[in-house]
Design a protein around this ligand. Structure first.
Ligand SMILES: [Zn+2]
Length: 607
C-alpha cells in the first residue's frame, strides 16, 4: 500500500511546484515615489480595496512604461486561498503574452488606459463587490489589446465570503456555475487524499500530511506575494481548507449574486409563460420540397433537440435524396428563433458566450491567413460577426484592412466600442446589403449561412456586392463528417434549433460557381474546430442537469433535487469526459480528409 502514499506525496509536491511556477510569474511593482498623476489611466476599485494614491500613481507609471491597456493590481498580502485561486485559473506569464486572453486578476483594483471604462460603460468606478469586479475584468479585457497584473503594496481583506461570486463571475468554466464545484473539488480532494494517508501507514502518512501542510511555504516563499495568513493557513491547513470550502458554500449571497438571481427569476417568469403556451407553435409549416434544388424526394434525417441550452422542443431534420441537402423541416418561426436565441449569446448567456467566442483564436487566425495568401484587402465585411471576435484576431494578421461587421444582434455595436471593427451594421444582410455594391474587397460568412432561412438568397446578394476580383470566405459545419452519423443529435455542429441548413461542400461549391464565384481554396481537415466526442459528452452532462441556473429548465427556482442532480452530473463528468477525449483521439485517424467543418474561399470572376 506504500505506493499510494508515495503517489499522493508526489501529487502534493508536483501540484505545489506547478503553482509556485505560476506565482513566480507575478512581478512586483517598483516601490518608487511617483509624483505624476494617473494621466491617461482610470482606476476601477472594489469596495474593500484601500489602494493609496501613491500606489495607483506608481502603477500608472508602470502601465505607461510597459504600454499596457489594462493593469490589475494584486495585493501583496492576498490571503493564501485567494492567491491559490488566482494561480489555479491563470498563468501570469501566459496572460501577459496572450493578446486575446480572458480578463483575469485579483479583482481589487484595475487601471484602464484612455476612455476604456467609458466605452465599456462600467459604472460606478468604485465600491464594487467581488462578483462585480470579476465581471468587469472579463468585460474590460475586451477593451484593451495588452494586459498584465502586478503585485502592489496594499492590504487585501479576506474575501472568502465572496469567493463563490468571484469564481462564477469570471466565466472560468462552461457553464460558469461549474467553476465553484470544480475549484472546491480540486482543493478538497487534495486535502482528503492527504488525510487518508495516515490510515494506510501512520508515520509515513503523517509525513504526507506535513508535506501537504507546508506546501503553501513552498509555493509562496521568496515570491512577490506574502499572504497575511501564510503561517495559519499552512500549519492548520487540514482544518483551514475544509473550513474555507464550508464558508464558500454557506456565505450569504453577495450583491452581484442577488442581481444575477433577480435577472434569472425575471427571465424564469417569462420563459414559464412561453413554455406553458406550448413550444410546438414555434414550428412553422412543413415544406414539401428541398430548399436547395426543389426536389420533392425528401427523407427523414434526424429528430434533434437543444442539447446546449436544453430549451424544450423537438426539431426534425430532413435530407434531400437528390442533392443531399439537410434542412430543418418544418422550420422554426421568427418568434421561435427569438425564444431559442435568447440568452444564448447575450443576456444571461453573455459571459459564457464571451468565453466560447474568445476561445477559438486558432480558427480565426487560420481564416485570416488563408485570405492573406490571396489578397491584402482594403475593406472586409464580416457577415454574422456577433461581437466581432473574428475581426479582433484577423486585424492583427491584416493590420491595414478596415473591418466592418454585420449582425442581427446588438453586440455588433459593442464590437465598434471595443475597437474590433470600425463600422457596424445592425440587422439582416438581405435588408442591408443592397446598398453595399462595390464597397468591399472581402466578404466573410463564418458559421453564418447555416443560421439563415434562405442561404441561396444570401449567396445571390454576396455575389452581387463583390466586384470582379473580390473574395467571399465561407466557413460552415461539414455534414459529411463521419462522426455526425455516430453522435447524431449530440454532434455539436447540428446546433439545433439554430442551424436551419447543413450544406454539403459540393453543393456550396456549385452554388458559388453558378454565381460567378470561382473556388480558389478549400479546406476540410485543416478547418477542424475542436473535437467531436468531447463536446457530445459535455452536451450529455448538460442534459443531465449540471447547471441549476437556467431559468427555462424548471418553472421553479432550484431546490435540493436539482442540486443533487447537478452534483451527480458533475461527478459523472470526470470519467465521461476522460473517456470522450480518449475516443476522440482514437477516431482521429479514421476521419479521412474530412473534419466537422469546411472552409472555402471564392473569387468573383469578371463578366
Ligand atoms: Zn435537394
Amino acid at each position: 500500500m506504500n505506493w499510494i502514499i508515495w503517489l499522493v506525496a508526489a501529487g502534493v509536491l508536483g501540484n505545489a511546484l506547478w503553482l509556485r511556477r505560476r506565482v513566480t510569474g507575478l512581478r512586483r511593482l517598483r516601490p518608487e515615489r511617483s509624483t505624476s498623476p494617473l494621466d491617461g489611466y482610470t482606476a476601477l476599485t472594489a469596495e474593500d480595496a484601500a489602494v493609496p494614491d501613491q500606489v495607483l500613481r506608481a502603477a500608472a507609471d508602470h502601465a505607461r512604461r510597459e504600454g499596457l491597456g489594462m493593469l490589475d493590481l494584486v495585493p501583496a498580502d492576498l490571503p493564501v486561498e485567494q492567491a491559490l485561486d488566482l494561480v489555479r485559473h491563470v498563468d501570469p506569464r501566459a496572460y501577459r503574452k496572450d493578446r486575446f486572453a480572458m480578463g483575469r486578476g485579483a479583482g481589487y483594483a484595475v487601471l484602464m488606459a484612455g476612455d476604456a471604462l467609458e466605452r465599456a460603460r462600467i459604472e460606478p468606478r468604485s465600491g464594487l463587490d467581488a462578483g462585480e469586479m470579476g465581471e468587469a475584468l472579463v468585460r474590460l479585457r475586451c477593451y484593451a489589446d495588452t494586459a498584465d497584473m502586478v503585485v502592489a503594496p496594499f492590504h487585501a481583506p479576506d474575501r472568502i465570503g465572496q469567493r463563490r461570486a468571484w469564481l462564477r463571475s469570471l466565466a472560468l468554466a462552461l457553464p460558469p456555475t461549474v467553476a465553484v464545484p470544480q475549484t472546491l473539488y480540486q482543493s478538497g480532494a487534495g486535502c482528503l487524499l492527504a488525510l487518508c494517508c495516515p490510515l494506510i501507514d501512520l508515520w509515513q502518512g503523517l509525513g504526507v500530511v506535513l508535506l501537504y501542510s507546508l506546501a503553501p511555504y513552498l509555493i509562496f516563499t521568496g515570491t512577490a506575494l506574502r499572504p497575511a495568513d501564510l503561517h495559519r493557513a499552512a500549519w492548520l491547513r487540514v482544518v483551514h481548507v475544509p473550513l474555507t470550502i464550508w464558508r464558500t458554500l454557506r456565505a450569504p449571497r453577495s450583491r452581484w449574486e442577488r442581481h444575477r438571481l433577480q435577472l434569472r427569476e425575471e427571465a424564469r417568469a417569462r420563459y414559464r409563460a412561453e413554455i406553458e403556451a406550448g413550444v410546438e407553435r414555434f414550428l412553422g409549416e412543413r415544406r414539401p420540397d428541398c430548399p436547395w434544388c426543389g426536389s420533392r424526394n425528401l427523407a427523414p434525417h434526424l429528430v434533434t433537440r437543444d442539447v446546449i441550452q436544453v430549451k424544450p422542443g423537438r426539431f426534425p431534420l430532413e435530407r434531400c435524396r437528390d442533392c443531399r441537402h439537410i434542412f430543418q423541416n418544418p422550420q422554426v418561426t421568427p418568434e421561435g428563433l427569438d425564444f431559442y436565441y435568447r440568452d444564448a449569446y447575450s443576456g444571461l448567456g453573455d459571459l459564457a458566450a464571451e468565453r466560447i467566442l474568445g476561445g477559438t483564436t486558432g480558427d480565426y487566425l487560420a481564416r485570416a491567413h488563408l485570405v492573406k495568401r490571396f489578397t491584402t484587402p482594403r475593406t472586409w465585411l464580416d457577415i454574422g460577426t456577433g461581437k466581432g471576435h473574428f475581426c479582433r484576431v484577423a486585424r492583427t494578421v491584416l493590420p491595414g484592412t478596415d473591418f466592418h461587421g454585420l449582425d442581427m444582434g446588438e453586440g455588433v455595436q459593442e464590437a465598434v466600442r471595443r475597437g474590433w471593427i470600425s463600422r457596424s451594421f445592425h440587422g439582416q444582410f438581405l435588408d442591408l446589403g443592397t446598398d453595399m455594391i462595390g464597397h468591399y474587397d472581402v466578404l466573410s460568412m463564418n458559421h453564418y449561412l447555416e443560421h439563415t432561412p434562405d442561404p441561396l438568397a444570401e449567396l445571390d446578394l454576396a455575389a452581387k456586392i463583390l466586384e470582379p476580383g473580390g473574395f467571399l470566405l465561407v466557413e460552415m459545419p461539414d455534414p459529411d463528417a463521419r462522426l455526425a452519423a455516430v453522435l447524431r443529435t449530440f454532434w455539436m455542429p447540428y446546433l439545433p434549433p439554430q442551424h436551419l441548413h447543413l450544406i454539403p461542400l459540393a453543393n456550396l461549391k456549385r452554388a458559388l460557381e453558378e454565381r460567378g464565384l470561382e473556388v480558389v481554396a478549400e479546406q476540410r481537415r485543416e478547418a477542424r474546430r475542436g473535437l467531436d466526442v468531447l463536446p457530445a459528452a459535455a452536451c450529455l452532462i448538460n442534459l443531465l442537469g449540471v447547471d441549476t441556473e437556467d431559468p427555462w429548465r424548471s418553472p421553479h427556482p432550484p431546490g435540493p433535487a436539482q442540486y443533487a442532480r447537478a452534483a451527480i452530473a458533475q461527478l459523472l463528468a470526470i470519467p465521461l469526459l476522460g473517456a470522450a477525449i480518449l475516443a476522440d483521439l482514437l477516431f482521429l485517424p479514421f476521419q479521412g480528409s474530412h473534419s466537422n467543418t469546411y472552409r472555402v474561399l471564392a473569387r468573383k470572376q469578371s463578366g
